[in-house]
Design a protein around this ligand. Structure first.
Ligand code: ADP
Ligand code: ZN
Ligand code: ZN
Length: 742
């Protein structure tokens, strides 16, 4: 018998080895083995076994097995091969993204002592007079049926563990150790227990999904439902049905720390069979979780995009929540994969159902549903009849003309509504999709902007630390310059408005309001985001101000006003998706207002009230906007009507980079019907981290190239021929299905 073994080295193929007699039983697909590679021994994974071999040279033998169980199955390996081919990434690099780097680490998850009462009937404490601590602990425990961590009994006894040991020996309570699973760093998920009785439309959707699940065939769905319509409850129930059939479940979330209640909900229903998988796990916790999944200890995995590669066996359901989210696309390093598309492929390989869910689907998925490639499931109402918000549009151009004041952050209407809510003790969410205090520092005499010398984009002024910062490369000046670099004029002026400036204005206007700001500057970690959102949910904060991070997440019952300070942010970025993004953001942010019985209101400020994106977003008219956007995409031959691949050529020297791009363009002298080649042209973000960026964008119409095969072959040929002799100092990045062209 022979085995093909893959090693985690960057440019590699698989190597064939003989399986020695004594290892025949153990060597199987997915098992890690030790084998000679060149002059050393290396760990690799068996990806195939066979009886014959065509290779004529000397074949070496596998030395030993590393694990006693496979670390993945053949299906997952097939997925990795597809990942490598489709995203044009060497197999080793693709495998590196999918598999944990080191599975040999030792890790034991921490445990803690728990106690629970055996009976809630009052124990006769007469014989315990001399042990007041025991009495206190016992009485406390009798107030609840739940198990309590011993560490929480510190106020009742000086050494609670000793007290509990004695009580357990006397048979008054049960003392046990509980494993605390790796969570999102330092953040505990509150269990959310609920009585659910599904509505008619929810039941219909569940029945459709159940049919798909029972068919044991791949089946993709688009679950389109406004925020609060019960999508999460549907995920829970379909997961329950899958587990009943001994199948497993993956739930992808764009950002776990922004939506802790979803993980909490799953943990409360499925308990310890739920694993969390995200980038902040330590390598050891990651390896441990991986092996537990292989061993079948976890049947549900909830996580960010890389959770799509977790080695669940018998996969039945994959759910992709908020499937339009940008964070599902890995921008760097290669493979630059989109977890939604990988989910569809994994569903195909494992014959699982794939549920793409969103309140604002991507145009691609929406179009696939129209084309009947996905089954469309639509929840049109919020659960329990919660009302839609009323949206007020403020035309800021008129507002300025009428007030005579220029550069105001807040319209009269928004200020009025904020004051009203503060008086009523209701909460306010303000969206300003830009970090910092003032975006730019400008010379009033010559107009020169202070830019990052590496990225050539304007530096942003940050009030905290009084610094200028680049939001790309983190270049910063720790004090404000005194004069213009260009004309030496000292007449410098801060202009524009970021979250910090808005915070300052609002605090001046409403000195008694408690304001919290959430953006990537204040929320460096998942835990601080969670704390901040918790404070808002508890009513400790009146106004939550932030970037797009606040557009989703917790269910804030008392937040009845959403103010969108500049609805136009991002509208005019030169990218075919900018309209879609702005629409989705406004729509989602509006959904934050008035989740329950209270009527919510949204105030949207815009300088472009006639723009179709703004117009339809303020009417919350998704269908019309999507139709308008689709016909625009069709006209310009952009996805979902075409396939695109973007090639970015970058280097320190602008001229050399541009020449390389031209040379590459010449190598692409193929003539294929329906193939359009744009560029080379400088990227919108022309400089990044000190390198100039030039791009070539290729579009291939789906009408003539239905599977994208023509386009892929063209690029692959170019990669083969051109990449071999790329000039020194130049790097070339190939992005298949890019989510942005900036
Ligand atoms: P979405 O995921 O679409 O935003 P959720 O599933 O979170 O919506 O539902 C919104 C709220 O309504 C949640 O508190 C949820 O528990 C509740 N809910 C939804 N459907 C039901 C139901 N059938 N019975 C009881 N509560 C429900
Ligand atoms: Zn920079
Ligand atoms: Zn100047």
């Amino acid at each position: 018998m022979f085995a093909d073994v893959s090693f985690p080295i960057s440019r590699y193929l698989t190597f064939t080895y003989q399986i020695p007699e004594d290892l025949l039983e153990e060597v199987a697909v997915g098992v890690r083995v030790k084998a000679p590679l060149g002059k050393r021994m290396a760990h690799g994974v068996v990806v195939a076994t066979h009886k014959t071999v065509s290779y004529k040279g000397k074949i070496r033998s596998i030395a030993s097995c590393v694990d006693d169980q496979p670390i993945m199955d053949a299906g997952l390996w097939k997925l990795i091969q597809w990942l490598s081919a489709y995203y044009m990434t060497p197999l080793g690099q693709a495998a590196k993204v999918a598999l944990p780097s080191n599975l040999s680490t030792r890790y034991t998850p921490p445990t803690r002592w728990m106690v629970e009462t055996i009976s809630r009937e009052t124990v006769n404490v007469a014989g315990m007079k001399n042990a007041p601590a025991q009495v206190k602990v016992l009485e406390y425990l009798q107030t609840t049926d739940k198990a309590i961590p011993v560490s929480e009994l510190g106020e009742l006894a000086s050494s609670p563990l000793t007290v509990c040991r004695v009580l357990a020996e006397k048979g008054f309570m049960r003392l046990f150790q509980e494993v605390s699973f790796p969570g999102v760093t330092g953040f505990t998920f509150q269990p959310v227990h609920k009585e659910i009785k599904f509505s008619k439309s929810q039941t219909e959707i569940l029945n459709t999904l159940d049919e798909g699940l029972s068919s044991k065939e791949f089946h993709p769905y688009l679950l389109h439902g406004v925020t609060g319509s019960g999508k999460t409850e549907i995920y829970v129930d379909i997961a329950r049905r899958a587990l009943e059939q001994n199948k497993t479940v993956i739930l992808l979330l764009p950002e776990i720390s922004l939506t802790p209640q979803i993980a909490g909900r799953f943990r409360s229903v499925f308990g310890d069979t739920v694993a969390l998988w995200h980038s902040k796990l330590t390598p050891a916790a990651r390896a441990w979780t991986w092996k537990q999944i292989c061993a079948g200890k976890f049947n549900v995995v909830i996580g960010a995009r890389s959770a799509i590669f977790t080695p669940l066996k018998n996969l039945g359901v994959i759910v992709v929540d908020e499937e339009q989210e940008k964070s599902y696309k890995q921008s760097s390093p290669a493979p630059r994969y989109h977890a939604r598309d990988v989910a569809l492929m994994r569903g195909k390989i494992h014959k699982a159902i794939v549920v793409l869910a969103s309140a604002t689907p991507s145009l691609e998925s929406y179009y696939n549903q129209i084309q009947e490639k996905f089954t469309y499931l639509h929840l049109t109402k919020r659960f329990g009849g919660a009302k839609y918000p009323i949206v007020h549009v403020v035309d800021m151009v008129k507002e300025q003309e009428e007030s005579g004041k220029i550069g105001q952050a807040f319209s009269g209407l928004l200020l009025e509504k904020i004051e009203d809510r503060l008086n009523k003790k209701e909460q306010i969410i303000l969206l300003q999709n830009r970090r910092g205090y003032a975006p730019v520092l400008r010379c009033n005499d010559c107009g020169e902007l202070f830019e990052c010398p590496h990225c050539r984009i304007p530096l942003t002024y940050h009030r905290v630390g009084n610094s200028l910062r680049c939001h790309f490369c983190d270049h910063h000046k720790n004090h404000l310059p005194e004069q213009c670099d260009h004309c030496q004029s000292p007449n410098l002026k801060l202009s524009g408005m970021g979250t910090q400036k808005v915070e300052e204005v609002i605090q001046e206007t409403f000195p008694n309001a408690k304001i919290a700001r959430l953006d990537t500057d204040t929320a460096r970690s998942g835990i601080s985001i969670a704390r901040l959102l918790e404070r808002f949910a508890n009513g400790e904060v009146d106004i939550l101000l932030g970037t797009q991070m606040i557009a989703k997440g917790l269910d804030f019952e008392n937040a009845t006003l959403v103010g969108i300070i500049n609805g136009d942010t991002g509208l005019y970025l030169p990218d075919f998706r900018s309209g879609e993004r702005v629409f989705q953001l406004i729509y989602q942010a509006s959904g934050r207002a008035g989740r329950r019985q209270k009527q919510g209101e949204v105030v949207l400020q815009t300088w472009n009230s006639e723009n179709p994106v703004i117009k339809y977003a303020t009417k919350l008219d998704l269908k019309t906007y999507y139709n308008v956007a689709l016909s625009e995409r069709q006209e310009l031959n952009y996805p979902p009507f075409s396939w695109i691949i973007r090639v970015v050529i970058s280097g320190k020297d602008k001229v050399k980079t541009e020449n390389e791009a031209k040379r590459l363009r010449q190598n692409l002298s193929v003539r294929i019907k329906g193939l359009e080649i744009l560029g080379p042209a400088s990227c919108y973000r022309e400089w990044s981290r000190g390198k100039h960026r030039t791009q070539i964008v290729m579009k291939s119409a789906k009408s003539t190239d239905p599977n994208g095969r023509e386009l892929h072959q063209t690029i692959r040929k170019m990669v083969g021929e051109h990449m071999k002799n790329v000039r020194h100092g130049i790097s070339i990045v190939i992005d298949v299905d890019p989510t942005s062209l900036l």
